[in-house]
Design a protein around this ligand. Structure first.
Ligand code: GTP
Ligand code: MN
Ligand code: MN
Ligand code: MN
Ligand code: MN
Ligand code: MN
Length: 218
């Protein structure tokens, strides 16, 4: 489900493809879950009877957190963003327009925010572009409020913004549980790749979480 990675330039030279641009917005946070679990830490609990669970006494500190996804109208999770016609507007302008429609926030997206482009496995003839942008925590909170209060698409295309939990609780609660939900197109692969490439989670942590999610799903 990862799709084939391709450069942005090459993707724009392909004929007969549609382009979808989405973005992962994220920020630092000092929030604490239940008033004690710092949300900017991954808290890894060991369960000795469960070999797929994380190794013992690992508490990994993260500086950056709270990636934003959305519950879409179709009941699937995905990133904010949408279809852009490169003949009419740049990918970045189109993504900014979608963010305005879906989140009610005027955010400038630039070419430097581009993370990856990919020929999606489904639907056919779709190139998916992922952008990543780090906001200050206040900016992220403001964007969350605007998404409910002023976004034109709130309650229509978008049922709500959600934060991605990056901590792990006992029995796979947190990030593994989140991964066990259903995602649109290759957005789940985009999430995993972005977290890895931004250094928010290590490849080992991601592999463990994916394995744990598989167990939850079945
Ligand atoms: P309309 O405004 O109704 O046209 O929708 P949109 O422009 O907001 O399009 P949407 O966000 O649904 O994205 C267009 C297509 O891209 C979808 O049909 C999915 O196949 C795919 N898609 C949607 N969200 C994501 C995402 O987060 N990541 C990836 N890789 N693909 C997505
Ligand atoms: Mn409660
Ligand atoms: Mn849209
Ligand atoms: Mn659209
Ligand atoms: Mn959309
Ligand atoms: Mn729309």
């Amino acid at each position: 489900m990862a799709g084939k990675e391709i450069s942005k330039e090459e993707s724009l030279s392909l004929k007969g493809y549609r382009h979808a641009c989405h973005i992962m917005l994220y920020a630092d946070t000092d929030a604490r879950l239940f008033g004690k679990i710092p949300m900017k830490h991954i808290v890894i609990h060991v369960n000795v009877s469960d070999p797929l669970c994380y190794p013992a006494s690992l508490v990994v500190e993260l500086n950056l957190l709270s990636p934003q996804m959305q519950m879409r109208f179709d009941g699937l999770l995905g990133f904010p963003g949408g279809l852009v016609n490169p003949a009419e507007e740049s990918l970045e302008r189109g993504l900014s327009r979608e963010l305005w429609e879906e989140m009610g926030t005027a955010l400038e997206v630039t070419a430097e925010d581009h993370h990856s482009s990919c020929v999606a496995p489904s639907p056919p003839h779709l190139i998916t572009h992922l952008y990543c942008k780090r906001l200050r925590e206040e900016e992220l909170q403001e964007a969350e409020r605007a998404a409910v209060l002023t976004a034109a698409d709130h309650g229509l295309e978008v049922l709500g913004m959600v934060r991605v939990p990056l901590y792990v609780l006992k029995n796979g609660g947190g990030f593994p549980s989140f991964l066990s939900h259903s995602f649109i197109s290759n957005s789940r692969s985009q999430l995993l790749a972005a977290l890895r490439d931004l250094g928010l989670l290590s490849p080992g942590e991601l592999d463990s979480a994916v394995a744990c999610a598989e167990k939850i799903r079945h």
